[in-house]
Design a binder for this molecule. Structure first.
Ligand code: NAI
Length: 396
């Protein structure tokens, strides 16, 4: 079929297999061009099909020559209906891993469930014995707790007071004011239950118990802080409460890993266009201004640049892992530079529908967004028929 983007709200209902494959190949080429990483040899990535998780998997495999197992939740294609992008990304990743002679297997299912945890552990036991690194990179709006059976839904709301600020509809370029009502106590609990550290802790408990974590095993999860500007809806909002919980969980897990000389750590990453972040009000406007400034200063990074830097300069640089006063790795360091943030603040007050195309990188935002679904990728012939029914090799 000929596949075109079909937008609904902040999601795209279609994905292009060749475009997704090209994105994966581009990330692999980036990693290879940077040179080898003295990294882990057996890696489990939970949330491995898009965004930071996919880039972590690519960096592990093509930077450190690691065997990788990826867990994700994606829709398979059907006759006349495309898969979700993570499906096509993984199909391409598996093909490239096979060509390179790298072990790679994938599991598609709900990572929050006990079944998927046990299936993953059984696969590790069978094929790898143990893993040296567990990357926890889930982003989901909903989680069913396997212990209680309760389904929790996260919300993106401020805590305590209504938050009013500018936002942009990145499809139309219209800048408008948005007011978000504060959450209630239940909203906080639910968001923490979905995006906090409980499930990460459950994964690590299950893996410890099964003996599938190697000596010196590391586990890393991803967080975000961002500027004062977005604090009410991000870091001091419901999602921020979940990130506080995730960051605290790193210490709980580290304690449990002591007998293995292992460690759990959180990396604070840069704001990037992913399916998860485009759903948060205000953030797309912030990102489009941030991109403009970081590109001008030649310090802009995408997921793969961030993950390569995380692995090569922070996690596996041969010495102790550098952290901030709260024990977190900071690869958002360039985003948070004072000169960068001062310029974002100055542009923020000027941002309107009329000025944004000039002062912000709305074009870059849109093209990154389309690219998440495999559209607008250089070198891809969009006018020709492609087979939507792409299988994933190595899918369990
Ligand atoms: P993403 O939406 O690109 O990727 C999410 C991954 O989780 C996908 O592989 C998806 O298949 C998987 N997933 C979702 N629900 C699942 C389930 N129930 N079972 C199995 N797999 C499931 O998200 P992104 O942006 O890469 O986020 C990953 C982490 O990085 C999150 O913790 C996020 O908060 C954090 N982060 C994101 C930033 C951003 O700007 N995008 C900035 C800093 C941190």
């Amino acid at each position: 079929m000929i596949i075109e983007p079909r937008m609904r709200g902040f999601i795209c209902l279609t994905a292009h297999p060749a475009g997704c494959a090209q994105n994966v190949v581009n990330q692999i080429n980036y990693v290879k061009a940077q040179g080898p990483v003295e990294g882990p040899k057996r890696v489990l990535v939970i949330g491995a099909s898009t965004g930071f998780g996919l880039s972590s998997r690519i960096t592990s495999a093509f930077g450190a020559n690691a065997a990788t197992i990826g867990v994700f939740f994606e829709k398979a294609p059907q006759e006349g209906k495309t898969a979700t992008p993570g499906w096509y990304n993984t199909a391409a990743f598996q093909d490239e891993a096979e060509k390179a002679g790298l072990y790679a297997k994938s599991i598609n299912g709900d990572a929050f469930s006990d079944e998927i945890k046990q299936q993953t552990i059984a696969l590790i036991k069978q094929d790898l014995g143990q893993v040296d690194l567990v990357v926890y990179s889930l982003a989901s709006p909903v989680r069913t707790n396997p212990r209680t059976g309760v389904t929790h839904r996260s919300v993106l709301k401020p805590i305590g007071a209504t938050y009013t600020n500018k936002t942009v509809d990145f499809h139309t370029g219209v800048v408008s004011e948005i007011s978000i009502e504060p959450c209630n106590e239940e909203d906080i609990k639910n968001t923490v239950a979905v995006m906090g550290g409980e499930d990460w802790d459950m994964w690590m408990d299950a893996m410890m118990e099964a003996g599938v974590l190697a000596e010196n095993a590391l586990t890393v999860a991803y967080s975000y802080i961002g500027p004062v500007l977005t604090e009410p809806v991000y870091r001091k909002g419901t999602i921020g409460a979940a990130k506080d919980n995730l960051e605290a969980t790193a210490f709980t897990i580290s304690d449990k890993l002591k007998s293995l000389n292992g460690r759990a750590i959180v990396s604070v990453n840069k704001a990037l266009v992913t399916q998860a972040s485009s759903a948060i009000p205000v953030i797309p406007l912030y990102i489009s201004l941030l991109y403009k400034i970081m590109k001008e200063k030649e310090i802009h990074e995408g997921c793969i640049e961030q993950m390569y830097r995380l692995f090569n300069d922070r996690l596996y640089n041969g010495s102790t892992i550098p952290t901030d006063e709260k024990g977190r790795i900071r690869v958002d360091d360039w985003e948070m530079r004072t000169d960068v943030q001062d310029e974002v603040d100055a542009l923020w007050t000027k941002a309107t529908t009329e000025t944004l195309p000039e002062i912000g990188d709305l074009k870059g935002y849109k093209s990154d967004f389309l690219s998440l679904f495999g559209f607008g990728v250089d070198g891809v012939e969009y006018g020709t028929e492609v087979n939507e029914l792409v299988p994933i090799k190595g899918l369990q």
